[in-house]
Design a protein around this ligand. Structure first.
Ligand code: GUN
Length: 287
């Protein structure tokens, strides 16, 4: 393997350490304990795993964790009432409604009912607009984690050619905005992109966020490029369940200058950034 491994697990531990120090200072000097509320509707197994992990890590850094678990057939009005109550609770600084929501709910409506200053996911339309215009906002956790790893590895990203594969509201679009904010030349590629291999071969930075196992082969990667793999795909191989990214790691690592592994790359950074966003929200709430 030629590439340097970007260790998201170690980086996330460092971020959590910094968050814990910040939380301790807020408690000591201002008597504030940041609080994060997570709302889970239904019993999606992957969502349950994420929510448990979020709650555990929130408590580990010294913050208060509140979980609201609602039945899958909860009405949208009842969910909106829970969000409203959290919006009005001064002990809660961050609110996260776990996605996806059941089909009978309007996700946009629910997300936009969260007070923007408590929207630690950065999905509220106000935060999307603030990010898009380069203003102070809540930044979505996964793209923020990717940006932190890229900055840590490169220092300045100015002038680099970046391609983001995937145009989701959660990762692709905010990732592109963040890279643009750091003065990259950004291409957003997607399922209709003509000649995707050629687009990827021109990039100094490749962020893959499509959710398709190992769809980016190594021979698409420019020699020395930095590869950030956001995909977390569960596949069966040799009779075993395995987690793989959107990039074929073995062949990409032969050509990349640096690459994130799956697992242990972007994944751990997402929750670390959620905790960091919650501390930021608590600081802003108390001036
Ligand atoms: N479901 C998958 N990823 C996310 C995320 O980052 N935030 C929320 N709220 N739901 C998710």
């Amino acid at each position: 393997m030629a590439a340097t491994l970007i260790d998201g697990k170690a980086f996330a531990a460092k971020v959590r350490g910094q968050v814990a120090e910040h939380v301790a200072r807020l408690k000591e000097e201002h008597g504030i304990t940041p609080g994060l509320a997570v709302v889970l509707v239904g019993e999606d197994p992957a969502s349950q795993v994420y929510v448990r992990s979020k709650g555990k890590q929130t408590v580990e850094v010294g913050m208060n964790s509140v979980e609201h678990k609602l039945d899958a057939d909860t009405s949208e009005a009842d969910l909106l009432a829970v969000v409203e109550q959290l919006n009005n609770d001064p002990s809660i600084h961050g609110i996260l409604v776990q996605l996806p929501l059941p089909k009978h709910m309007n996700e946009d409506l629910v997300i936009n009912s969260i007070a923007p200053e408590k929207d630690v996911d950065g999905f509220h339309i106000s935060n999307v607009g603030l990010l898009g215009t380069g203003q102070k906002s809540m930044v979505p956790c996964t793209p923020l984690g990717c940006l932190m790893m890229l900055r840590d590895h490169h220092g300045s990203l100015s002038g680099m050619d970046a391609v983001v594969i995937g145009r989701s509201n959660i990762v692709g679009k905010p990732m592109a905005q963040l890279l643009l904010g750091d003065s990259c030349t950004v291409t957003i590629a997607h399922s209709r992109t003509k000649d995707l291999p050629d687009v990827v071969r021109r990039a100094d930075i490749v962020v893959a966020a499509v959710g398709r196992p190992e769809m980016v082969p190594g021979d698409w990667i420019k020699e020395g490029a930095t590869v950030i793999d956001v995909g977390i795909n569960r596949i069966e191989r040799d009779g075993k369940t395995k987690l793989v990214g959107d990039v074929d790691f073995a062949s990409a690592a032969e050509r990349a200058g640096a690459i994130t592994p799956v697992p242990g790359g972007v994944g751990p950074m997402t929750i670390a950034c959620l905790l960091a966003n919650t501390v930021t929200a608590a600081c802003r709430a108390h001036g």
